[in-house]
Design a protein around this ligand. Structure first.
Ligand SMILES: CC(C)(COP(=O)(O)OP(=O)(O)OC[C@H]1O[C@@H](n2cnc3c(N)ncnc32)[C@H](O)[C@@H]1OP(=O)(O)O)[C@@H](O)C(=O)NCCC(=O)NCCS
Length: 170
């Protein structure tokens, strides 16, 4: 039976192996990784899927700032499921569980870079609809989800790395 739990520091090596298998060794060069460099991930939202003792899925979140006022938002990803467990619903479990936790914690907006045909089923739409964009990313793959179901007061502007946002604001 699949169990969804919080990621633990001891899961790090198994997650790196899973991410290498899912995205290939070049994954760290993706521009979306620049938002994660030297920024701590949001541990309460980072979940793993286990089958018995094996780690078969991961989802992680990072803080980002949006627009001139560096409005806080979440960067979702990476999310990956071990190849032999794909299309069995594990990705959906990880998505729904983490988004429910993010909503309960009061987060307002989630941004990700990915395929709308997959993430659309969780309510994600092109972020351009709210005027949100990411440098060096195809706008069709930059997706956003307002968590409280309302798009009133959703910030617009460029996605920025969290720590540089704080430093500039200081
Ligand atoms: C994307 C991923 C996390 C989904 O996890 P999963 O456990 O396979 O997802 P689920 O079982 O909840 O859903 C499977 C459905 O999503 C669809 N799907 C998976 N990836 C998709 C994609 N990139 N675009 C469109 N649909 C996709 C499957 O075809 C399947 O469709 P069905 O429900 O009509 O059969 C997983 O396939 C994966 O790890 N892929 C490699 C890494 C990756 O691409 N990560 C996402 C980056 S955008």
């Amino acid at each position: 039976m699949i169990e969804i739990t919080n990621e633990r520091p001891t899961d790090a090596a198994a997650i790196e192996t899973l991410l290498d298998q899912a995205f290939g060794p070049g994954r760290l060069a993706k521009s979306s990784y620049s938002y994660r460099k030297r920024v701590s991930r949001l541990w309460p939202l980072c979940l793993v899927a286990r089958e018995a003792d094996a780690l078969v899925g991961t989802i992680r979140f990072w803080p980002i700032g949006i627009g001139a006022y560096a409005a806080p938002a979440l960067l979702l990803g990476p999310v990956a499921v071990r190849a032999d467990f794909q299309s069995t619903g594990v990705g959906g479990l990880l998505m729904r569980a983490s988004l429910a936790r993010a909503t309960a914690a009061g987060h307002r907006l989630v941004v990700l870079v990915g395929d709308e045909p997959y993430y659309g089923r969780f309510g994600f739409k092109p972020a351009a609809e709210w005027g949100v964009s990411m440098e060096r990313e195809n706008p069709a793959r930059v997706l956003a989800l307002p968590l409280d179901g309302s798009d009133v007061a959703i910030p617009s502007g460029l996605v920025q790395r969290w720590r540089s946002v704080r430093r500039e604001a200081a």
